[in-house]
Design a protein around this ligand. Structure first.
Ligand code: ASP
Ligand code: MG
Length: 405
């Protein structure tokens, strides 16, 4: 069996943990499996490197910042390889470039273009365990480019696909994916398994357990991912493509997200082209909009509301006066203190009653709903940020998630 294992920052945070991980990798490889390892930077190293950059330049050059950030993962890869060799295991630490991971720059938000796996294959052939620096690729110009925060997961899945691995295992400081974030909902339970689609919705709606692009890629190539703890021996959560959707008609988890702002344009004329004139300037300014709600109009006018990340609000607000005037709206209002709660489960939208149960549970918990959106496998309510915790606990109980399924 061929496996790509990925160890996150907490799992390699110090020398002792690196030696612990080395022991795990050595045991696994000793059992006859072909193992390729991907590592994140130690602990909060990436944040520390960003702070360091900010201390020498107020707005660090994007290319140089990527050259700097890539070193966090270089350190981990070299150290883990050393620890393995000290245990008498053949291993080799590789940068993203040495591992053949080619990426396209937008610095800080690179995209993997292709993986030339010859070096890794040769190392495996020679009996060495490749330890690859996650979170990075190399451009045509031989520059490092990072793939986005938390994207070592993506490196692991991409390597798994390129190497034809049987599965990808990501080891973290949590025991798997839970029915809710255990920090918000104390009765949250670990899920034994989850469909790719469910994990993708959870990751996109705010769960920080797996990087959403990693899940997307795994789903596309049907590469199962195990999420488990690097600290304890426990089964974890398997993310995979079966069984059939119809058999999974229930809520699997609730997800919370904070950091949400909303903007409402008042009395927008109901005319062709208005929505385009509102969202084009925002897109040009790089503001990414999440939920958009436009109601049926009364007397040819309607309010239009959209949500966005709080960090983007200032950039959006700089444009809103002009946008409002250009479409003939009566003005806009912005609101920053919002959060969202979602219920996720394959098939819940086509089955009756889930939405009603969700709204009843929130009403009984005294939580007011500001906006509602749905996908095929998710229902999301935007609520006041300080009500998210109560909302999560109410939903977790209402859908029986605290009881074993
Ligand atoms: N070290 C990078 C970060 O903190 C990548 C990762 O951890 O996956 O974002
Ligand atoms: Mg990290």
């Amino acid at each position: 069996m061929r496996t790509v294992q990925k160890y996150g920052g907490t799992s390699v945070a110090d020398a002792e943990r690196i030696r612990h991980v080395a022991g795990r990798v050595a045991r696994r490889a000793g059992g006859g499996d072909e193992v390729v390892v991907v590592v994140s930077a130690m602990g909060n190293r990436t944040d520390e490197l960003i702070d360091l950059a900010l201390s020498v330049a107020p707005d660090p050059d994007a290319r140089e910042l990527d050259q700097l950030l890539a070193t966090g993962e270089h350190m981990s890869a070299a150290l883990l390889a050393m620890a393995l060799k000290a245990m008498g295991r053949e291993a080799v630490g590789l940068t993203g470039s040495q591992a053949g991971i080619h990426a396209r720059a937008l610095h800080g938000a690179g995209r993997i273009e292709r993986i030339e796996a010859e070096r890794i294959e040769a190392e495996l052939e020679a009996g060495r365990i490749p330890i690859v620096a996650g979170f990075q690729g190399v451009t045509e110009a031989s520059d490092f480019v990072t793939l986005g925060r938390g994207a070592s997961d993506l490196t692991a899945v991409a390597l798994g696909v390129a190497l034809g691995a049987d599965r990808c295992e990501t080891y973290k400081d949590v025991e798997g994916v839970h029915t809710a974030d255990p920090r918000a909902v104390p009765s949250a339970r670990r899920l034994a398994d989850l469909h790719y689609d469910e994990m993708l919705e959870m990751a996109t709606q705010g769960s920080r357990v797996m990087h959403n692009r990693a899940v997307e890629l795994a789903a596309h190539h049907d590469l199962p991912i195990l999420v488990a703890s690097s600290m304890v021996e426990a089964p974890g959560t398997l993310i995979h493509g079966g069984p059939r959707m119809e058999e999974r008609n229930r809520v699997r988890g609730v997800v919370d997200d904070h950091d949400i702002a909303k903007v409402t344009l008042r009395a927008v004329p109901d005319e062709r082209g208005v929505a385009a004139r509102i969202f084009e300037p925002l897109a040009e300014a790089g503001v990414s909009v999440d939920t958009i709600v436009q109601n049926a109009s009364a007397r040819e006018r309607t309010d239009l509301t959209f949500t966005l990340a709080r960090a983007d609000l200032r950039r959006a607000e700089a444009l809103m006066e002009r946008i409002s005037a250009s479409v003939g709206a009566s003005g806009y209002v912005a609101d920053t203190d919002l959060g969202k709660v979602s219920i996720v489960g394959a098939g819940i939208q086509s089955a009756p009653g889930y939405a009603a149960r969700m709204f009843r549970a929130l009403a009984d918990a005294g939580v007011n709903i500001e906006l509602i959106t749905t996908s095929e496998i998710r229902i999301t309510c935007i609520v006041r940020d300080d009500r998210v915790g109560d909302a999560m606990n109410a939903l977790h109980a209402a859908f029986g998630l605290d009881r074993p399924a």
